[in-house]
Design a protein around this ligand. Structure first.
Ligand code: DGL
Length: 254
C-alpha cells in the first residue's frame, strides 16, 4: 500500500508547480501526475462542467489503486472537493485553496490581492475563506482570463504574458502588500507578475498543500521510503505536451 502512487491532478499543467513542492517535501514518493490539458481551462466553465471533468479524472485515477489524490488545482477543488470526499471516503484526498492565510499572517490588516480563476472567485468556498481569514484586511479578487492558456502553451514567462497582465495589474501597482497566486498555473508567470508589481510579496499554495499531504500520509502510516518516481500523463498525450511537463517541473516556482 505504501508504495502506491500519489496521484496529482490538475486541469492541465499548473499542478506541476505543486508537484515541485511535493517533491521537495516528499522526494521519496511515487507520483502519477495527470493533467487534463485537452479540456483546460476549467476556470471559465460553468461549475457543473468543471465538476464533471474533475470527477471523471478522479474516477480514472482512483481505479488505478492510488494511495492519495492531490487536487493540485484551486478551480477543481472549488468545484468538486465535497463530492470527491463523499465518493472516496477511504482515500486521502487533499484539495487546495488560495494561500490567503499565510499572506494575512505576514501582513495583518494589509492590502492583499487574490489572483484566481473566475470559477474559484465566484464559488462559495472562496467566500468562506474570506470570512474565515480575510477579516481586517482589504482583499482584492483579481481574475486574469487568458493566462492559463498561455501557461498551457509554455508561455507563462513571455512578452505575451506581460502584455496580457499589464492592464490587469496596473491598477494595483504600488498598492498591494501581497498577491496570492490562487491558481496553480500562475507560479509559471511569477517572473512577469513580480516585474509588474515590484515590492509586492507573492504567495502560492504549493508548500501548504505539500505539507498537508505529508501530514495526512504520516497519520495514515503511508509514507514510502523510496525510490521516488514521477510519471506524467495527460489527456493531450502529444510528445510536445509531455516535454513541456518535464520542462515546467524544472523551472516552476513563485
Ligand atoms: N490550475 C487551476 C487552478 O489552480 C486553474 C486552471 C484552469 O482554469 O483550468 O485554479
Amino acid at each position: 500500500m505504501k508504495e502506491r502512487y500519489i496521484a496529482v491532478f490538475d486541469s492541465g499543467l499548473g499542478g506541476i508547480s505543486v508537484l515541485r513542492s511535493l517533491l521537495s517535501a516528499l522526494p521519496q514518493e511515487r507520483y502519477l501526475y495527470y493533467g487534463d490539458s485537452a479540456n483546460a481551462p476549467y476556470g471559465g466553465r460553468p461549475t457543473q462542467e468543471a465538476r464533471a471533468l474533475t470527477l471523471a479524472a478522479a474516477a480514472e485515477l482512483a481505479g488505478r489503486g492510488i494511495k492519495a489524490l492531490v487536487v493540485a488545482c484551486n478551480t477543481a477543488t472549488a468545484a468538486a472537493i465535497a463530492d470527491l470526499r463523499e465518493i472516496y471516503p477511504d482515500l486521502i484526498v487533499v484539495g487546495m485553496e488560495p494561500a490567503l492565510k499565510p499572506a494575512v499572517d505576514r501582513f495583518p490588516g494589509g492590502r492583499i490581492g487574490v489572483m484566481a480563476t473566475e470559477l474559484t472567485l465566484r464559488e462559495e468556498k472562496f467566500a468562506g475563506l474570506l470570512d474565515r481569514v480575510g477579516t481586517g484586511c482589504q482583499v482584492y479578487p483579481i481574475s486574469a482570463p487568458g493566462l492559463v492558456e498561455l501557461v498551457e502553451a509554455g508561455l507563462g514567462e513571455s512578452a505575451a504574458a506581460e502584455e496580457l497582465l499589464r492592464p490587469i495589474l496596473a491598477p494595483y501597482a504600488g498598492k498591494l502588500d501581497a498577491l496570492v497566486l490562487g491558481c496553480t498555473h500562475f507560479p509559471f508567470a511569477a517572473g512577469v507578475i513580480g516585474r509588474l508589481l515590484p515590492g509586492t510579496a507573492l504567495f502560492d499554495g504549493g508548500a501548504g498543500t505539500a505539507h498537508q499531504t505529508r501530514r495526512r500520509l504520516e497519520a495514515a502510516g503511508l509514507l514510502w521510503d523510496g525510490p521516488g518516481q514521477v510519471i506524467f500523463e495527460n489527456s493531450d498525450p502529444s510528445p510536445e505536451r509531455l516535454a513541456l511537463c518535464a520542462r515546467l517541473l524544472g523551472t516552476a516556482g513563485a
